[in-house]
Design a protein around this ligand. Sequence first.
Ligand code: GLA
Length: 344
Amino acid sequence: MPTDATAFGPGRVNLIGEHTDYNQGLALPFAIADGVTVNAWARDDRVVRVLAVDLDEQDEFLVDSPGRVDGWRAFVRGTVAELSRFGVPLVGASLEISGTVPRGAGLSSSAALEVALVLALLSESNVPEPDRLELARLCSRVENEWVGAQTGLLDQIASLFGEPDRALRIDFRSLSVRPVALSLGGCELVTLDSGEEHIHAGSGYNQRRAECAEAAELLGVDSLRDATMEMAAELPSPLSLRVRHVVSENSRVSEAVVALERGDMEELGRLLDASHASLRDSFAVSTDAVEDAVARCKGAGALGARIMGGGFGGSVLALLPPDGLVLEGAVSVRPGPGARVSPL
Ligand code: GLA
């Protein structure tokens, strides 16, 4: 018997470890309170009817032939197609999508949508939830093959595995996820929107990913996880710079875990600043609007601030001390629970 369901997929903040996921590296994200809700009502035909409440737009297609489209509709049709390919016997559904995480702000509205859709459709079809790593891979296929963004698994794992008060140390080679207590000793993490919308499918994101793959091939390693600074020096520019970023960023994730365990907020701030400098100078994913936003954070006394997510716009992340100045437009962020679903 189909069951009506409501599912919530949270967005994410990535404390540190950027552009490392598709290089089998390390990252330290957490799920946030904002996200996407999908309500699903079973239908007795094979139709999927969708209402995107915030956009006041609709879509309608057959479960068995989703077809290819652009924009938000690609996420829904791709999720239905990938669940069918995964062997889930989907039924028709009326879906209502609404969200609190801003689109294009670098807080993973895409993964939040994919995750909420997957959980709602599984529950509505009365299929027990598979392993969440499998679900993360499925959501990532939606993005890679239906939306056209060659993104990794960072956002989906953060959304699916989030825990209150903890960041997640993810090792993308073993796909192990270790919660790390996020005690900030009176400091606060905030995001500040640069005002520049970023879209993975159309930005330089896919190009960066291709450059990393090319560098790994030239170096004869499976992934840049096995690269070193010495190896980076053998490559022509800009590949050498891309490798330098990935190698140093992996180290910074490990150092950030140690800083958190020691409660050393000055050191955590220094690592955020170093991550930003590397993303700007070596990985070349910053923009003028992002630099302005980072400068505003630093001007307000941030211990560290950096571009977050894929880059080319979106939000910046800052660590503010207890006695920092007011930072207008900043939104406080802390780790919340991961994706969840319940009967409607
Ligand atoms: C985006 C992608 C992730 C990851 C980050 C950069 O958020 O969706 O897979 O690559 O960029 O760290």
